[in-house]
Design a protein around this ligand. Sequence first.
Ligand code: NAP
Length: 261
Amino acid sequence: MNKWEIKGQWVLITGASSGIGSATALAFAEKGAHLLLGARRTDRLKTTVEECIKKGAASAQFHYLDVTKTDNVQEFIQWSKTFTDKLAVLVNNAGGAKGMDTVAEGKDEDWEFMIQANVLGILRMCRASIPLLLKNPGSLIINIGSIASRLVYEGGSVYCAAKAGELQITRTLRLELCGTDVRVCTVDPGFTETEFSLVRFNWDEVRAAKVYEGMTPLTANDIADAILWVATRPSHVCIDELIIKPTDQASINKIHRKKTN
Ligand code: NAP
C-alpha cells in the first residue's frame, strides 16, 4: 500500500496562526511540503513560517486571510496562484466559538462570528480552491469540524449549529466531488487545549483553564498528527469522517476529572 507523497506538494492551511492550524503546518513542514498559510494575525503567521522552514518545509509563505470576507478569500487565492496553480491539500481549520450564552441571552456579534468563520468561511475557501485541487488528482479538502457537530450542550447552540453545518457541507462536497479524484474529509476533535477556550471566553484565563481541569485534553499536535495521517493515505483511500476525543472525554459533558483535593 503506497502512501500519498506529500513531499514537494502544495498545502494551504487556514487559521495557521495558532493551535491546530499552526501544529498542522509544522507537521506538513517536517514532510517537506510547500506551505501557504493564512490567518488574521500575521505576526503569528510569520513565526509559524520561520518554524516551518526550520522543520524542513520545501517553502513556506504567509498572507493575511479573513475567511469571513469573500473579497479577502479571493485575494488570498490570487496570491496563492502566484506560487502554484495546483493544490494537494486544503485544510479548512480557521474557526472557533464565541461565548457560551443560552439562546435567550445570545449576542448577534457572537452568532455572526461563529456562522461566518465556521460555515461560510469553509464554503468561500472551497469555492475559490476547488479549481486548484481539481488539477491535482488525489488532492484533499480536510475540514476541521468538532464533536459539537454531532452532540449539543446548553450554551452551545450556535457553535453546534455551525459545526453541524460544516459536517453537512463536508458530506455534500464528498458527493459533488465524487469522480473528480478530489478527496473530502472532516476531522472532528473533542477537547483540545489551544487558544480555543481563551477566544471563547474573551481571554479569561481562569475560565478557559476550568474547561480542562482535572482531565487530560488532546493537544494540537494530536490533531495535526491525525490530519497528516488522513493526507498521506493512498489516493484511492478517503477517510470521510474522523472523530477524535481525549480518553477522559466520552461525550461532550461526560468527562472524567480527577479530584484535585
Ligand atoms: P485556536 O488556537 O483559537 O485557533 C483558531 C485559528 O483560527 C487561529 O489561527 C485564528 O487565527 C483562526 N481564525 C479565526 N477566525 C478567523 C478568520 N475570520 N479568518 C481567518 N482565520 C481565523 O483554536 P483551535 O483549537 O486550534 O481551533 C482550530 C479549529 O478547530 C477551529 O475550527 C475549532 O472550531 C476547531 N475545534 C477546536 C476544538 C478545541 O477543543 N480546541 C475542538 C473541536 C474543534 P487569527 O485569529 O489570527 O485569524
